[in-house]
Design a protein around this ligand. Structure first.
Ligand SMILES: Cc1cc2nc3c(=O)[nH]c(=O)nc-3n(C[C@H](O)[C@H](O)[C@H](O)COP(=O)(O)OP(=O)(O)OC[C@H]3O[C@@H](n4cnc5c(N)ncnc54)[C@H](O)[C@@H]3O)c2cc1C
Length: 399
C-alpha cells in the first residue's frame, strides 16, 4: 500500500458544516489512515483489473477495520452513526479512492440480511461480505420487468430441502465475479404481481446457472444476463420467509435509495475540482484554444454544477440527520437519488467537454466516465420512477 497518497483539501467540499466539521477527530484519524494505507496508484480503467484493484482495496479496508463501519459491531462493523458514515464518504472522495468491490453486499444485501435473515444466515454470510471474501449480485430485474418489478416471471419450486429456480435475470451487476446472487422469484405459481414472491440466495457457480456479460457503450461489461435452468438454492437460505419477497425487496430498495454510497456528492465535487484545474491549465498554457464565449460558458456551467452539488450535499446531510434520530428516511431517499442521477451525468459531460478530444477518445478517463455516467439515472430506479415516487408518496399528488 501507499505512503504518500495525495489528499485534497477539505475546502473542495464547500463550506464547513457544523454537524460534520472538517476538524472532526474521525475525519483526521481516517484520513491519516487513508494517506498511509490507500491503494497505490490510479485505479485501472480496464474492468477486470479494476475489479481486482477494488477487491484488494476492500480487503485492506476490512483489515484496517474501516469497511462497513455503520454495521453493528456483532457483524464486524463499528456501529458508526449516519453522520460518521457521511464523513467517511467525503474522506474517501478527497483521497480519490474507489468504492470497494463488494459495495452492493455492504450497503444493500448485508443490511437487508440483517433485517430479514435468520441468525444462521447472518453468521454464515455477513463476515465474508465485509471482508470481500464472497462477492454478491442482485438478481431482481428481468428482460420485461425492470421498473415494473412485480411482473417478474422467474419461478422457484420447492423440491425437498432445495428450491429449483428457472428463468432469466438481466442487468445483474458483476454477476460474472459473484459467488452468490439474491434472486427474487415467484414461488406461488398461481400468484400475481407482488404476492407469492420469495427472496432466495443462490450460488452462482453451479451447473444450473449461466452468466453472460453484456457489453456497454463504455466498453465495460459491468452487468450480465443470468440464466437459471433448474438451479438449486437451499430452502434454509430463504430470506424474509416464503411469500415475503416483496417486503424484503422494498427494504433493500430503501437502503439503495437512501445510502450516500449511491448518491455521493463528495466524488462529484472532487471531479468538478479536477475539471476546474484542467480548465485553468488550458487558460494558462493554451488560452488560444478557448474563445471568450466558451470560457464564459464553462464558468457559468461550473458555478451551476457546484451549487447543485452543494444542494446534494445538504440533502445527503439531511438524510443522515434523519437517520441519526432513528427515523426512517422512507421515500425521501428518492429526492436525493433523483438529484444525484441527473447531476452525475451533467458533471461527467462538463468534464468531457473541457477535456475536448480526450472527452471523446476511448481509453481516456473523461470519455469513460462520460459514457458510464449515462446509467446513473437508470439503476436504483430511473429518474421517471423517482419522480413518480416523489409526486405520489411525498407530495400526495394523484396517480
Ligand atoms: C448500470 C446498471 C446496473 C444495474 N444493476 C442491476 C443489478 O445489479 N440488479 C438488478 O436487478 N438490476 C440492475 N439494473 C437494472 C435496473 O434496475 C433497471 O434498468 C431499471 O429498474 C429500469 O428498468 P428497465 O431497464 O427494465 O426499463 P423500463 O422499466 O422498461 O423503463 C423504460 C423507460 O420507461 C420509463 N418508465 C417505466 N415505467 C414508468 C412509469 N410507471 N412512469 C414513468 N416512466 C416509466 C423508465 O423511466 C425508462 O425511461 C441495472 C441497470 C443499470 C443501467
Amino acid at each position: 500500500m501507499n505512503d504518500s497518497r495525495t489528499i485534497l483539501d477539505r475546502s473542495v467540499l464547500g463550506p464547513d458544516l457544523p454537524q460534520v466539521p472538517f476538524d472532526h477527530p474521525f475525519r483526521v484519524q481516517f484520513s491519516d489512515w487513508l494517506r498511509e494505507h490507500g491503494p497505490a496508484g490510479e485505479e485501472p480503467l480496464d474492468q477486470r483489473r479494476r475489479f481486482a484493484y477494488r477487491r484488494a482495496w476492500q480487503r485492506a479496508l476490512a483489515e484496517g477495520g474501516w469497511a462497513g463501519i455503520a454495521w453493528p459491531t456483532e457483524y464486524g462493523g463499528h456501529g458508526a452513526t449516519p453522520l460518521t458514515q457521511f464523513m467517511q464518504y467525503e474522506e474517501f472522495a478527497l483521497a480519490g479512492v474507489p468504492e470497494p468491490a463488494n459495495t452492493p453486499g455492504i450497503i444493500l444485501l448485508g443490511p437487508t440480511l440483517m433485517v430479514h435473515g435468520s441468525e444462521e444466515l447472518k453468521q454464515r454470510f455477513l463476515p465474508k461480505i465485509l471482508a470481500g471474501d464472497e462477492i454478491w449480485a442482485q438478481g431482481f430485474s428481468e428482460p420485461d420487468s425492470g421498473s415494473d418489478l412485480a411482473s417478474l416471471r422467474t419461478r422457484a419450486t420447492l423440491d425437498g430441502d432445495q428450491w429449483r429456480i428457472n428463468g432469466q435475470k438481466i442487468w445483474t451487476t458483476f454477476a460474472q465475479y459473484a459467488d452468490f446472487c439474491f434472486v427474487l422469484a415467484r414461488t406461488d405459481p398461481g400468484s400475481e404481481r407482488h404476492r407469492g414472491l420469495t427472496l432466495l440466495i443462490c450460488q452462482t457457480r453451479q451447473p444450473g446457472v449461466t452468466v453472460r456479460p453484456i457489453k456497454q457503450i463504455s466498453g465495460d461489461e459491468e452487468f450480465c444476463e443470468v440464466f437459471f435452468d433448474d438451479a438449486h438454492a437451499p430452502a434454509a437460505w430463504t430470506v424474509g420467509g416464503v411469500g415475503g419477497g416483496w417486503q424484503t425487496a422494498m427494504t433493500l430498495f430503501q437502503f439503495e435509495r437512501s445510502d450516500q454510497g449511491y448518491t455521493d456528492h463528495g466524488r462529484l465535487l472532487v471531479r468538478l475540482e479536477h475539471a476546474r484545474r484542467r480548465l485553468r491549465g488550458i487558460i494558462e498554457v493554451h488560452p488560444e484554444r478557448l474563445s471568450a464565449f466558451e470560457l464564459a460558458s464553462f464558468r457559468a456551467r461550473f458555478a451551476e454544477l457546484w451549487i447543485r452539488c452543494q444542494e446534494l450535499r445538504l440533502l445527503n446531510l439531511r438524510m443522515a440527520v434523519i437517520a441519526e434520530s432513528g427515523e426512517s428516511v422512507s421515500s425521501a431517499g428518492s429526492v436525493t437519488n433523483l438529484v444525484w442521477g441527473e447531476l452525475e451525468k451533467d458533471v461527467a459531460q462538463f468534464d468531457a467537454d473541457i477535456a475536448g478530444g480526450d472527452g471523446i477518445t476511448r481509453g481516456t478517463a473523461a470519455a469513460h466516465h462520460q459514457l458510464a455516467s449515462r446509467a446513473a439515472s437508470i439503476y436504483s430506479g430511473t429518474s421517471e420512477i423517482q419522480r413518480n415516487i416523489v409526486a405520489e408518496r411525498l407530495l400526495g399528488l394523484p396517480r
